[in-house]
Ligand binder design. Structure first.
Ligand SMILES: [Zn+2]
Length: 419
């Protein structure tokens, strides 16, 4: 299992069922994600206990580190624990629910107060003590209020247990027989397990399997006949074979519309109808890039090894990445795609004009069947596309060198192919 998740993207203190306490866990992914700025939801992650090596699968949307700050903002600020600002959700100990801060003010004795709106025309004025305005924040975003918010709480969130009047942190989701529970550790080190409300419980395995079976009927049986699946603890384990990456994408897109599921652990493999050699596949892939002449493509590098396509794309706009990803997935014979997109700054208008003129001149001076792009990226001129002969490639290089005197270097990536 660990070999399928080679990249340790971060680490978290999580509850380990085997060690029966809090342990540092490595969080591993199939690709090298950076956790700064968050991750997309539904990415499977393998959590391995550093102490006993026991592992479990979780999904990106279940972790606080993976969720972007703009979404899922149901955190309440607590006086004495947080800086307070107008518009914040705030919770005053002992109240039935949180409210919104409408006003913040100090009187003549510098006594600070809050005016809180609870909705339904219900407001309250609260005087703050000196300790309530302390600025030492452990949880700048605020706290999830438990047990009410057990379902919304993400692993790594700071929590305030209202009934126990205790602060802590969410350290995991555990599946205990038939129920899902949130594990939290309080400041005094007590570990508690809170059963999630029915709306947040995973579907029983059998029901999830029935849902999947029903959903897969939307696809032609030609695609689904060799797919095998199993549900466990709200996770869909998908295996078996399909014929192309495009088919796999269709299956995953469809199954990801099932909301009552934590995520998909996908080991579906691609078994193409016929085996094509790597050089043929590589030629076909190169042609996709050469023939598209996509305006948002800055450069590319393509390699096919054991029918796995490794593609590096420098792009000005992400549309180019989606465009080529879709095209590559449609190509029969490719069994896996490892895509490395690199964002490149779009040239200034002046530079852009120069490059276009250069490209126009070069295209006019060479065989009309040649496909030529000139691009500027990272202070380098890229000459991309394909030509028929090595002489043509050298000639083009020479013209670019002569005309592009102000630029630093030239990467001549023209492919020479007689066909
Ligand atoms: Zn352990």
């Amino acid at each position: 299992m660990k070999s399928k998740f080679p990249f340790r993207i971060t680490e978290e203190h999580l509850f380990c069922r085997h060690c029966c306490n809090l342990q540092l866990h490595g969080i591993y992914a199939k690709e090298t994600y950076s956790v700064r700025g968050g991750l997309l939801p539904k990415i499977p992650l393998l959590c391995i206990c550093d102490s006993c090596q026991t592992y479990h699968i979780a999904f990106s949307q279940e972790f606080a580190f993976a969720v972007q700050d703009s979404s899922n903002q149901e955190y309440a600020k607590i006086p004495g624990k947080n800086r307070l600002a107008i518009g914040n959700w705030v919770y005053i100990k002992g109240r039935p629910r949180p409210g919104i801060i409408k006003r913040l003010f100090s009187d003549q004795q510098n006594q600070k107060s809050l005016s809180i709106d609870y909705g339904n025309n219900e407001t309250e004025q609260v005087q703050l003590s000196d300790t309530d305005t302390s600025l030492n924040e452990t949880a700048p975003k605020g706290y999830r209020l438990l047990p009410a918010q057990s379902g919304e709480t993400l692993i790594g969130d700071y929590v305030y247990h209202v009934i126990r009047d205790a602060f802590g942190k969410a350290i995991g989701l555990v599946h205990d027989g038939e129920t899902d529970k949130l594990a939290i550790q309080l400041e005094d080190s007590t570990i508690l397990f809170l059963t999630l409300s029915p709306a947040y419980q995973s579907l029983p395995n059998k029901r999830l399997e029935e849902t999947i079976k029903y959903k897969l009927k939307d696809l032609p049986s030609k695609i689904t006949e060799n797919i095998v699946f199993k549900a466990k603890s709200g996770i869909l384990y998908l295996s078996g074979t399909v014929e192309s990456l495009a088919e796999r994408r269709q299956v995953l897109d469809l199954l990801n519309t099932i909301t009552s599921m934590r995520g998909i652990f996908n080991t579906l493999t691609i078994k193409p109808k016929e085996n094509q050699p790597d050089n043929i596949l590589e030629d076909k892939l190169c042609r996709i890039f050469e023939d598209a002449l996509h305006p948002d493509l800055a450069y590319y590098e393509i390699k096919v090894n054991n029918r796995i396509a490794q593609v590096r794309i420098g792009y000005y706009s992400e549309q180019a990445v989606h465009f080529f990803e879709e095209q590559i997935e449609q190509l029969p014979g490719i069994v896996e795609l490892s895509l490395l997109p690199e964002c490149v700054i779009f040239p200034s208008q002046q530079e852009q004009k120069k490059i276009q003129e250069l490209e126009k001149g070069i295209r006019a001076s060479t065989d009309a069947n040649n496909k030529i792009y000139i691009r500027l990226a990272n202070d380098k001129i890229y000459v991309l596309g394909r030509v028929k002969t090595l002489i043509q490639k050298h000639k083009i290089h020479f013209s670019v060198t002569n005309q592009a005197f102000r630029f630093l270097s030239i990467a001549n990536l023209l492919r020479v192919t007689s066909s």
